[in-house]
Structures are given as structure tokens and as C-alpha cells.
Design a protein around this ligand. Structure first.
Ligand SMILES: [Zn+2]
Length: 220
């Protein structure tokens, strides 16, 4: 079932591993078949370079396994929360890539300091609020996904022009039209996080890029 999507998610897994975005098995990827409302996601317990199309797990949007020999990624509920809320997206990538995770742990949005940022994100990359103890103890993964959605709704952000977010105390999620596009955004987010960190180190007084330049560059 969903052989083409399986192949695509598998390719994204290997590309993510080769790019060093997911050390120590910290990372997962999914793609969705909107026509059938089925998600193909990485299995729990396999390193990304070990994944084959057959080892991926197919789930419905309620978290039930439709096909697969393994358990789905523990972050399945977060992926589903994003697919349910952001109807144009076709793929989700979660990593603990180093620089982006530094910003997530610090609880800070990544401000747009230059056109490299503006090439991919039309504004600051938001960081979510801290979760309550009961949220963490009960449904952490689902709440994590919902906290991203909540952040976009509360701030009036467009997930199609800001295709990523930081989960406070945790790490980045990125999404796109499919899982390959989502992976591109995850890689860009990591580079942008590193550039922003260094920019602030050199000039702690630096202000975000002018909005007109940001929007012009994004539209290119
Ligand atoms: Zn994680």
C-alpha cells in the first residue's frame, strides 16, 4: 500500500541521515496521502539509515496502524496534529539538529536577520510556550504538535510561508508540500539557526531585517 509514498519517505530518511540532521536516532519523518487520509511514518527503534520502504508504518489520522511490522514513531501524534491543522502540508520532519535545538532549549524565536532566512521563512521562526505538567504527563507528543498549531493561530502566522517551528525545551519541526520539501526546510532551519546565533554573538544589538526586504526576498 502507498508504495510511491513509502519510497519517497525512505529516500528522505536516508538524505536526513546523510546530512547529519538526526544524530543518535533523534528524528522522524512522515508523508501523507491526503486522498486516503493515511500517513507513512518512520518506525520506532530503527536508525534512519536502516530504514527501508517496507519498514515504514502506515497510520490513519487517529493514530491507528493500518499497515506495518513495527510500531510507529513515538512522535506520530505530533505529526498528525500538524496534518490536521495545516491542510496544505504533505510532509513533516522532526530533528534535534544542533543549532535549531539550541534556540528551542533557550525558548527563543529565531529572528530574521538576513536574506538567507527570508529565502525560506517569511518571518521569525516561532518557539512554542512551555507545556504544563499535566500536558507533559498525559499526552506529551500530541500536546507538542498542538502547541505548534496554537502558536500559529494565536500569532496569526501562515504555516505555508513559515514552514517550521521550535518546540520549547525540545527541538525543531519543519513541514512542506511533501517530505522532501519538509526536509529541505529542516535543513534550512538548521543553517538559519546557526547564522542567527553567530550574528547575535558578533552584534548583540542587531535588529531583524527590514520587513520590505524580507518579503521581497521571500517572494523570489
Ligand atoms: Zn524529538
Amino acid at each position: 500500500m502507498l508504495e510511491t509514498l513509502r519510497e519517497q519517505v525512505c529516500s528522505a530518511c536516508h538524505m536526513m541521515y546523510d546530512n547529519g540532521l538526526a544524530a543518535f536516532m533523534w528524528g522522524n519523518i512522515s508523508g501523507i496521502d491526503r486522498a486516503n487520509s493515511l500517513v507513512v511514518i518512520t518506525p520506532k527503534g530503527l536508525a534512519l539509515n536502516e530504514i527501508t520502504p517496507e519498514s515504514l508504518v502506515i497510520c490513519d489520522l487517529y493514530g491507528n496502524v493500518a499497515e506495518g511490522d513495527f510500531l510507529p514513531s513515538v512522535d506520530l501524534a505530533a505529526h498528525i496534529a500538524l496534518y490536521r491543522a495545516f491542510e496544505n502540508i504533505g510532509g513533516v520532519v522532526h530533528t534535534h539538529s544542533k543549532s535549531a535545538t539550541v534556540w528551542a532549549q533557550a525558548g527563543r524565536d529565531i529572528p530574521p536577520y538576513g536574506i538567507s532566512h527570508a529565502d525560506f521563512f517569511k518571518g521569525a521562526i516561532p518557539c512554542t510556550r512551555s507545556l504544563t505538567i499535566s500536558e507533559i504527563e498525559s499526552e506529551y507528543e500530541e500536546t507538542m504538535g498542538r502547541s505548534i498549531v496554537e502558536t500559529f493561530l494565536e500569532r496569526g502566522l501562515d504555516p505555508d510561508s513559515i514552514p517550521g517551528a521550535l518546540v520549547f525545551n525540545h527541538g525543531p519541526f519543519a513541514w512542506g508540500t511533501d517530505c522532501i520539501d519538509a526536509l529541505k526546510h529542516a535543513a534550512a532551519l538548521e543553517t538559519i539557526a546557526e547564522l542567527a546565533y553567530r550574528t547575535e554573538r558578533i552584534n548583540p544589538e542587531i535588529m531583524p531585517i527590514n520587513k520590505a526586504i524580507l518579503e521581497k526576498q521571500f517572494l523570489k
